[in-house]
Design a protein around this ligand. Structure first.
Ligand code: CA
Length: 221
């Protein structure tokens, strides 16, 4: 599984990552909530190991934002022993499981494995705008019943737009999310890729240009 580890204690984060690697998972380590949101939005993770006690944006706020953005990665929260309410709060906000600190690494690995099984059993969500469907599990796109062939970047761009229909994204924002960098001159890339998406999927149009701002995708009115 692809796992995002969000933990501000650098040593603990490193231990978690190496335990996960040993168990055959791919992990990315992030030390604060803001960066975690960014990372989770642009790369898809099967699971997020999320510490509650983080600087600036705490784990609960991260979780809240993830779910608000329809990011459906499984979430395993790490909570402090003396904060019983934290477990309840986490689960209410949409966490899938929690682990109380301090914990044994083998316990964490076992929980991750269990969540992986649960993940495999549950059908992944489809993103849908009008009659456009993006199947997140199989990375397939359909306009009505017509399958559409997209390149990985085109797919990623479409996914970013479709996760938040109606939201206007600036070119810079899209560039950051899809290409992980944003220089002024790179925003031309976004225009090119939007053009390709339009050619491939956009009749009748769902992707709209917002003058002087950027792009949005929305249901036909
Ligand atoms: Ca912490």
């Amino acid at each position: 599984m692809r796992v995002l580890v969000v933990e501000d204690e650098v040593r603990l984060a490193r231990h978690i990552a190496s335990a996960l690697t040993e168990a055959g998972h791919d992990s990315v380590v992030i030390h604060d909530g803001e960066a975690a949101l960014h990372e989770a939005a642009e790369a898809s993770f099967d699971l997020i190991v999320l510490d509650v006690g983080l600087p600036r944006i705490d784990g609960f706020d991260v979780l809240r934002s993830l779910r608000a953005r329809h990011i459906t990665s499984r979430v395993l929260m790490l909570t402090a022993r003396d904060r019983v309410n934290d477990r309840v709060t986490g689960l209410q906000l949409g966490a899938d499981d929690y682990l109380v600190k301090p914990f044994a690494m083998q316990e964490l690995v076992a929980r991750v494995r269990a969540l992986g099984r649960r993940y495999a059993e549950e059908p992944a969500l489809n993103l849908r705008v009008g009659d456009l469907t993006l199947d997140l599990a199989n990375h397939e796109v359909y306009r009505g019943t017509q399958p559409v062939e997209l390149s990985p970047r085109e797919l990623m761009l479409l996914k970013v737009l479709m996760r938040e229909p109606g939201r206007v994204f600036t070119r810079t924002e899209l560039c950051e999310r899809v290409w992980q960098h944003a220089h002024e001159y790179d925003t031309k890339l976004v225009e090119v890729f939007i053009g390709r998406l339009r050619e491939k999927i956009d009749l009748p149009p769902l992707i709209h240009t917002v003058r002087h701002v950027g792009y949005t995708i929305r249901e036909p009115t």
